[in-house]
Design a protein around this ligand. Structure first.
Ligand SMILES: Cc1ncc(COP(=O)(O)O)c(C=O)c1O
Length: 435
C-alpha cells in the first residue's frame, strides 16, 4: 500500500483555496470545451507560428557570433550549459526597456526570471524578513502575488482601488502604511499593476502615479510594479511607467513579463532591481544580486534556450518590442471595444448590472445583483455555455462576491457577441423577480 500523507501535515498553503484558483479555471474550461470562454487571461493564439521559433533562435545565435564575436565553443557553452544566474539576455532587455519605456537601467540591475511569477517570489522573499513584515497589495489583486505570498507565509494587507476604473488609491496606501506602523507592523512593499490591471482592468492616471511615488518616497515603502499589459492600450498613447517616472530614486522594483508581448510558453520574465544593498561590513551590491542568490537556490537559471528565443525576438523586432506588438495592440483594443459595446447592448436597461470601461488590456469587470461564485459559474457554463471568472478569489480581504471578470484576449472577435448574449441570458434568469 502506498503511504498516505495528510494534507493537514503539509504546508498550510496547500489547503488554501487560493492555490486552487488557476487549476479550478483550467478544470472548468476542460469540462465545458464548447463554451465561449471569457475566463483565461491568455494571449490570442493566432499571433503564434511555430516556424518563428527556429528563426528567432537563429537570429540570437547570429548575434552571438557576429555582434558579440563569440567563438563556436563559446556559443555552444552559452546555449547548452548552465548559465549565469542573472541571465544571458539582460543587455538586450535593457535596450528594449530604454526604447519602449524610457527606463534606463544598467543590465547588471536585471535578473532574467522564469516568468514574472518567479520574479514575484524572489522579490517577496528578499524584502520580507520577519513576522511583522507586511506586503501591501492592490485589491482586487492578481492571484499570482497573493499565492506567492501565501507560499512564503507572508502577511498580506489589501489596499483598495479607487472607484471602478481608478487603480490603486495612493491615499489609501498612505493610510494603510500609517495604520500598520501604529500597530507595530513593518509595511515593506506595495504590489501594483498601474496599466490595465488583472483582474480589474483599472489604470492609474499620471497624477496618481506621481502621488503614489511621493507616498513611496515619504514612507520608505517600495513599490513593486508589475507591467505585463502596458503595451495594450486602446489608444496608442502609453502612460509612463512608475519606474520611468521614478528615474534612479530606487522607489520601484519593476517586474517584466514576455508572456503577453512575446509568448507565455517561453516562461521568460525579468526583474529590474537597481536598489543598493548595504552589508554590515560596509560592502554594497544591488538588490538584483541578492535576488540572484535566491534564484540560484530555486531555478538555478532561466532556460538558456528560452532566453535565446526571446533574445532573438527582441533582435528581430529591432529591440523595440512595443512596435512589434502593434498588431496585437490593435487586435486586443478592437476586442475590448467589441466587448464594451456588446455589454452596453445587452445590459443597458438591466437594473443592478454595471461594468467598468478599461482603457486597454485583457480584462473588464461586470457587477451583478447576485452572488457570482464558483457555483454560479458552473451553472452558467452548463446551461448557457459561457465561462467567466468569479472575482471573489481576487480579494485577499473579502469582497467581489457580486462581480465577474471577463477576459477578451483569447477569443476570436466574432465569439464575443455570442458570449455576451449567453451571459445576458444567464444574468437575466438570476435577477430578482420584477428586476
Ligand atoms: C498581473 C500579472 N502579472 C504577472 C503575470 C504572469 O506573468 P508570467 O507568465 O511572466 O509569469 C500575469 C499573467 O496572467 C498577470 O496577469
Amino acid at each position: 500500500m502506498t503511504r498516505v500523507l495528510h494534507l493537514a501535515d503539509l504546508h498550510g498553503s496547500l489547503a488554501d483555496p487560493l492555490l486552487d484558483a488557476m487549476t479550478f479555471l483550467n478544470e472548468v474550461t476542460g469540462r465545458y470545451p464548447e463554451a465561449v470562454s471569457f475566463a483565461p487571461g491568455r494571449p490570442h493564439e493566432e499571433f503564434f507560428d511555430p516556424g518563428d521559433i527556429p528563426k528567432h533562435l537563429d537570429t540570437y545565435l547570429r548575434h552571438l557570433r557576429e555582434e558579440r564575436g563569440l567563438t563556436e565553443s563559446q556559443v555552444r557553452q552559452e546555449v547548452f550549459q548552465y548559465g549565469r544566474t542573472k541571465g544571458l539576455i539582460a543587455p538586450l532587455i535593457a535596450r528594449a526597456l530604454a526604447a519602449d519605456e524610457g527606463i534606463d537601467v544598467d543590465p547588471e540591475a536585471l535578473v532574467v526570471t522564469v516568468g514574472a511569477q518567479e520574479g514575484m517570489l524572489l522579490v517577496l522573499r528578499a524584502l520580507c524578513a520577519g513576522p511583522d513584515d507586511v506586503l501591501l497589495v492592490s485589491a482586487p489583486c492578481y492571484v499570482g502575488v497573493t499565492g506567492a505570498a501565501r507560499l512564503l507565509d507572508l502577511t498580506v494587507h489589501p489596499v483598495p482601488e479607487a472607484g471602478r476604473d481608478g487603480g490603486l488609491d495612493p491615499e489609501a496606501l498612505a493610510a494603510a502604511v500609517r495604520e500598520l506602523r501604529a500597530a507595530g507592523k513593518r509595511p515593506r512593499a506595495c504590489y501594483v499593476v498601474p496599466d490595465f490591471a488583472n483582474p480589474s482592468g483599472a489604470s492609474l492616471d499620471e497624477p496618481a502615479r506621481r502621488r503614489l511615488l511621493a507616498v513611496a518616497e515619504e514612507t520608505g515603502v517600495l513599490l513593486i510594479e508589475d507591467n505585463p499589459y502596458g503595451f495594450f492600450g486602446r489608444t496608442a498613447d502609453p502612460r509612463p511607467t512608475l519606474k520611468a517616472l521614478d528615474g534612479d530614486r530606487g522607489n520601484v522594483v519593476y517586474l517584466g513579463s514576455f508572456a503577453k508581448t512575446c509568448f507565455p510558453g517561453a516562461r521568460v520574465g525579468y526583474v529590474v532591481a537597481d536598489q543598493r544593498v548595504a552589508a554590515p561590513d560596509g560592502r554594497e551590491d544591488l538588490l538584483a544580486d541578492e535576488l540572484a542568490k535566491l534564484k540560484s537556490m530555486t531555478t538555478v537559471n532561466t532556460s538558456a534556450l528560452a532566453q535565446a528565443v526571446i533574445g532573438g525576438m527582441l533582435l528581430d523586432g529591432g529591440l523595440r518590442l512595443r512596435d512589434a506588438n502593434e498588431p496585437a495592440r490593435r487586435f486586443y483594443a478592437r476586442n475590448m471595444d467589441t466587448l464594451l459595446a456588446e455589454l452596453e447592448t445587452a445590459f443597458r436597461d438591466v437594473p443592478g448590472v454595471s461594468w467598468n470601461h478599461p482603457d486597454g488590456g485583457f480584462f473588464a469587470v461586470v457587477t451583478v445583483p447576485f452572488r457570482a461564485d464558483a457555483r454560479a459559474l458552473d451553472a452558467c457554463a452548463r446551461k448557457h455555455g459561457v465561462l467567466w471568472t468569479p472575482m471573489d478569489g481576487f480579494h485577499p480581504g473579502g469582497g467581489g462576491e457580486h462581480q465577474l471578470r471577463l477576459s477578451c484576449s483569447y477569443l476570436a472577435p466574432d465569439r464575443i457577441a455570442d458570449g455576451v448574449r449567453r451571459l445576458a441570458a444567464f444574468v437575466k434568469e438570476r435577477l430578482p423577480e420584477g428586476g
